[in-house]
Design a protein around this ligand. Structure first.
Ligand code: ATP
Length: 199
């Protein structure tokens, strides 16, 4: 599995559609200060479902949409597509190539698609979680982030290990199932109350 192409359109400083083709092995992005190198990394995190504006170096989620320059008006939407080579089947999906797309409209939420079919954020997270490209983004080590790992509490460190080992996905599924169970129990109590009143 490797990242094959990344296309940005209206994302941060990338107003026009820009596609980067990556090869297996090491890719370096070089450029002057402020030319948008970190924006490329932000786009990778964003398309994989990043939900924190701060992690994307912004104040609010909408800050990822091209805000305009002296010569170009702001855009109404940001779109990033990431194509992953899956010939080794590392992603649990029957395609040798997987394209994840995330779109955000100014004033609206995000839309996700896998190979052109609309899906939920959860579907993207589940698709990526077994491959190591999980929600917690241990694959992206930002500036100053090593410090965070070194200063992490034992509980936080356990979280990193669980994410890397793929345990976190099952923990989240368990939490979701327990929440559903709680709702069902509340509904059951309500039904029992009503039955009691009717009798
Ligand atoms: P450095 O080498 O200094 O770390 P860099 O190449 O990583 O710089 P980035 O931080 O990726 O640069 O890009 C910063 C540029 O992106 C700034 O010029 C900023 O104005 C621009 N930028 C960020 N968000 C937006 C946005 N929403 N709309 C337009 N431009 C944006």
């Amino acid at each position: 599995m490797y990242l094959k192409t990344l296309t940005l359109k209206g994302f941060k400083s990338f107003a026009s559609a820009t596609t980067m083709r990556l090869e297996p092995g090491i890719t370096c992005v070089v450029g002057p200060n402020g030319s948008g190198k970190s924006n490329v990394v932000d786009a990778l995190a964003w398309v994989m479902g990043e939900q924190g504006a701060k992690s994307l170096r912004g104040g609010k989620m909408e800050d990822v949409i091209f805000a305009g320059t002296a010569g170009r008006p702001p855009l109404g939407r940001a779109e990033v597509s990431l194509t992953i080579d899956n010939t080794d089947g590392a992603l649990p999906i029957d395609y040798t190539e997987v394209t994840i797309t995330r779109t955000m409209f100014r004033g609206g939420g995000s839309e996700y698609a896998i190979n052109g079919t609309n899906c939920r954020l959860l579907d993207v997270q589940e698709l990526l979680s077994d491959s190591g490209l999980g929600r917690e983004m241990h694959v992206i080590v930002g500036q100053g982030q090593l410090d965070t790992v070194l200063r992490a509490t034992p509980e936080e460190r356990r979280g990193f290990i669980e994410e890397a080992a793929g345990v976190l996905k099952h923990r989240r599924r368990k939490e979701r199932a327990l929440r559903k169970l709680e709702t069902m129990e509340a509904n059951l109590t309500r039904v029992q109350d009503l039955t009691g009143e009717i009798r």
